[in-house]
Design a protein around this ligand. Structure first.
Ligand code: SAH
Ligand code: SF4
Ligand code: F3S
Length: 482
């Protein structure tokens, strides 16, 4: 039987409640920081910047908020339930604060940006509110709090990319890491709060991106994921590293530069936008073996009318054309999606169009959500959130069932074949098993094998699969040079 989740499927972009711990700083100030992150990978990457800034101030990190002097919660506003989770967590921190009045509680990230000073009014226990572009100010803001004031900085910036701050890698596996290549978003999808919480789009200097990737590789990392809300609109203009000639770098060129660091370093990226993904990007992926054949290309809806209301600026036909281009240029490319059920005025026929585009693409994976109205967005101002909750749930469940079928179909295509995977470590379910992902981002689990360890590329013969995982056995160890 299919285990049906009627609520929103847990999104990678909604990992939650993870505390971050790192090595102690060189010079200690005797104080401990606890930082917990919610939301998308970009938020998790930002927490690593925050930790880096506070480590420079002598803070140590702790995995137990009860022994912390400063507790930060890096928040997400994407859907109402994401915000609710943060509020629940804050009330737990409130209990601790009553026990230890000296504890400083800070709210960072997208909710801080959305609610601004309202946060200080609504949640009395909060001492400091800091938006995503103001993390450099954290030391000063903490001093203000120590001198008895509440502190806030939610200024958005057109330039800040934290390019010069080397993030400390928190709770990582030492094998895979995220690199932010841009910040903000200039699209105005009508349902989305991100342009309001993250500000204008800006691209990070490619030299600092390359340096970060090279440094990770030198430290034994084998996979980097380049992050941005819309990576295809990455564009950087500036002077070259060696001479001062003006250069322009687009996303395809950036991908190529990072791929050339080493064939042993795998490259992934997220998120691609259907209106912006170019054939040049597709040819670059096809050209380099170490750029993974996997594209996250959120469709949101299969109906052109709904897409227009969503202000996605593409039609169903345009999206299908992009899928055809991917299939032609990178025949074995995995494709995943984000899908919203029950957007304002969505009819039953339009919902069927979403199901039929899913049939057409046969996504390897999809993150699925019911529409959640976000205050201040275009949709909240212009359209009525008129699809009843039970209808949204039913449509979402139909989308989920379809996705489970196609995920299974896609994974079945690997059964009987041998795939190359990067070993990430022991499997979550059993320490007798190892896990890792193949090029197409499918999770592969196999019995721990002598001579195989995390960070190696190995070949695994796929014996069987579930709708989420491939199961197999190691057949050939990685040759010296791949
Ligand atoms: N930049 C990415 C998406 C970032 S948000 C892109 O453009 O694809 C991740 C996903 O959350 C979105 O793709 C969308 O499917 C979902 N989402 C965003 N706002 C939402 C809302 N108000 N209600 C439900 N889902 C939403
Ligand atoms: Fe939101 Fe659209 Fe920007 Fe994605 S592209 S972050 S959905 S506004
Ligand atoms: Fe959430 Fe902000 Fe990311 S709203 S999804 S944490 S950009």
């Amino acid at each position: 039987m299919i285990d049906l989740q009627l609520t929103d499927k847990k999104h990678d972009e909604e990992r939650q409640g993870e505390a971050l711990i790192v090595d102690a700083p060189l010079v200690r100030n005797g104080r401990k920081l606890y930082i917990e992150s919610y939301g998308c990978q970009m938020n998790f990457a930002d927490s690593e910047i925050v930790a880096s800034i506070l480590l420079d101030q002598g803070f140590e990190t702790t995995g137990d908020y009860k022994e912390a002097d400063v507790v930060f919660i890096n928040t997400c506003s994407i859907r109402e339930n994401a915000e609710q989770r943060v509020r629940n967590r804050l009330s737990q921190f409130g209990v601790e604060k009553r026990r230890n009045p000296k504890l400083i509680v800070g709210v960072l990230g997208c909710m801080a940006e959305r609610l601004k000073s309202k946060f200080l009014e609504e949640e009395k226990l909060v001492d400091v509110v800091v938006g995503p572009d103001a993390y450099r100010e954290l030391p000063q803001l903490l001093s203000e709090v120590e001198s008895g004031h509440k502190a806030i900085n939610v200024l958005l910036s057109r330039e800040e990319t934290y390019a010069d701050i080397s993030p400390v890698r928190l709770n990582g596996n030492g094998i895979t890491a995220f690199i932010s290549i841009m910040r903000g978003c200039d699209n105005m999808c009508s349902f989305c709060v991100v342009p309001f919480t993250r500000g204008r789009e800006r691209s990070r200097d490619p030299h600092s991106i390359m340096a970060e990737a090279q440094d990770l590789f030198d430290r034994g990392y084998k996979e980097v994921t380049l992050l941005g809300q819309n990576v295809d609109s990455y564009k950087w203009k500036g002077s070259d590293a060696d001479d001062s000639a003006e250069i322009e770098v687009n996303f395809a060129q950036l991908l190529e530069k990072v791929a050339l660091i080493s064939p042993e370093l795998r490259i992934r990226f997220s998120t691609s936008h259907p209106k912006d993904i170019t054939d040049e990007v597709l040819y670059t992926i096809a050209k380099y073996d170490n750029i993974c054949n996997y594209i996250h290309l959120p469709v949101q809806s299969g109906s052109s009318r709904v897409l227009e209301l969503m202000n996605r600026t593409y039609t169903r036909e345009w999206y299908i054309n992009r899928i055809d281009a991917i299939r032609n240029i990178i025949p074995d490319c995995a494709i995943s999606s984000d899908i919203i059920a029950g957007f304002c005025t969505e009819t039953e026929e339009e919902h069927q169009e979403t199901l039929s585009i899913m049939d057409y693409v046969k996504y390897d994976f999809a993150f699925t959500f019911s529409y959640s109205e976000r205050p201040g967005t275009l949709a909240a101002r212009k359209f009525e959130d008129d699809v009843p909750e039970d209808v949204k749930k039913r449509r979402l469940s139909e989308i989920l069932i379809k996705q489970q079928e196609t995920s299974l179909y896609r994974l079945q295509q690997f059964v009987g074949k041998t795939v190359r995977i990067l070993v990430e470590g022991t499997s979550k379910k059993s320490d007798k098993d190892f896990c890792g992902r193949n090029d197409q981002n499918a999770m592969v689990v196999f019995p721990a094998t002598a001579g195989v360890s995390a960070g190696q590329y190995v070949y695994v013969h796929i014996d069987r699969c579930t709708s989420a995982t491939l199961l197999g056995t190691v057949v050939v160890e990685e040759p010296e040079i791949v």
